[in-house]
Design a protein around this ligand. Structure first.
Ligand SMILES: C[S@@+](CC[C@H](N)C(=O)[O-])C[C@H]1O[C@@H](n2cnc3c(N)ncnc32)[C@H](O)[C@@H]1O
Length: 317
């Protein structure tokens, strides 16, 4: 019996289709979490540095735009919190001015939640924190059970990992749950030239390559499969016109892989691609289009000094 039946089902479905694909949410096992932390420290991965600068320098202004009543306790919910190193600046600023709030980091990775909880409580012993493990899509309803006012954080370009239709549906679903005046802080990577974007997904040390290939290592480990990682290569693609960075694993040779719990062999042609991640880059126009007919409107926008990244404040109408 395999521990994660959904993962097995998704692999079976994704490998049975043409083109083959696996969801990027499966990057994040213990090794994937660690590799992603290394990616965030890479000089080429500008996304983290840019958003970190926004939080470091503009947290007070961001908090003002939340328009929170200081006497009212609220919930700060972060979807896909990861290691929370950027949010840390916001939490510090909120605690300094004595706001009353509970911080609720949500992540599919329990390992990430353990790390973030330990780290933040060491930094801020008075922080009220309640981590929630789960997929954002599945836990939304539960998160909105309480009557307390909410501020939602969805940063680190996480929305970019959803295709446009799914992103549209997710933001609409979020909007339905928010009450008038409540805010969503949405961190998005902006459209920019190929030279800058591609390097972020193809660093010189090969950490993004290892991160991508770890998906196959994870399938080997959890599903007793026999992928030979040497026979696959990391392939990132991006054009500024389309504005979507895509990562693939490319089969170097014609080969077959057996997945034991499925009792099934999957064939790969030489040069065949498995799609593993999309990372949509945004501008105001694309965001407006995704928000069309929703009850969310753009209220504010905070950018880094290079104008590479934007944290939008969306407010429920
Ligand atoms: C790209 S990282 C960004 C982390 C963090 N937001 C940041 O800005 O540093 C994505 C995070 O979202 C989590 N994640 C990915 N897909 C998810 C899903 N469907 N539901 C919940 N968490 C998810 C991953 O485990 C990971 O911690």
């Amino acid at each position: 019996m395999i521990e994660n039946e959904t993962f097995l089902k998704d692999v079976n479905e994704g490998f049975s289709q043409n083109p083959k694909h696996i969801s990027s949410k499966y990057f994040y096992d213990k090794i994937g979490d660690k590799l992603f932390q290394q990616i965030m420290d890479l000089p080429e991965y500008y996304l983290t540095n840019c958003e970190m600068e926004i939080f470091r320098e503009q947290s007070d202004a961001i908090i003002s735009s939340f328009e929170i009543n200081k006497n009212q306790e609220f919930e700060l919910i972060e979807l896909g919190a990861g290691d929370g190193k950027k949010t840390q600046y916001l939490l510090e600023a909120l605690l300094k001015i004595d706001f009353k709030f509970k911080y609720i980091p949500v992540d599919i990775s329990q390992n990430s939640l353990n790390i973030i909880s330990d780290r933040l409580l060491k930094l801020f012993p008075n922080l009220c924190i309640e981590a929630k493990q789960g997929e954002y899509f599945n836990v939304l309803e539960e998160l909105f059970n309480s009557k307390k006012p909410k501020i939602i954080l969805f940063i680190g370009s996480n929305l970019g990992n959803l295709n446009d239709q799914v992103a549209h549906n997710f933001l609409h679903q979020l909007a339905e749950n928010l009450k008038e005046g409540e805010k969503l802080l949405l961190g998005l990577d902006l459209i920019k030239s190929k030279e800058i974007v591609l390097l972020a997904y193809n660093d010189s040390q090969g950490v993004t390559r290892d991160f991508n290939l770890n998906l196959l290592a994870r399938i080997n480990k959890e599903m007793d499969a026999d992928f030979d990682l040497e026979n696959f290569e990391h392939l990132p693609l991006y054009t500024e016109e389309e504005g979507v960075a895509k990562s693939f694993l490319k089969s170097k040779i014609r080969q077959s892989v057996f997945i034991k719990p499925l009792n099934k062999t999957f064939d790969f042609e030489e040069g065949e691609l498995i799609s593993t991640e999309v990372s949509r880059k945004y501008n105001d126009e694309i965001l407006e289009k995704i928000l069309q007919d929703s009850s969310l409107k753009i209220q504010d926008k905070f950018m880094d000094s290079k104008n590479y990244f934007a944290d939008y404040i969306l407010t429920k109408k």
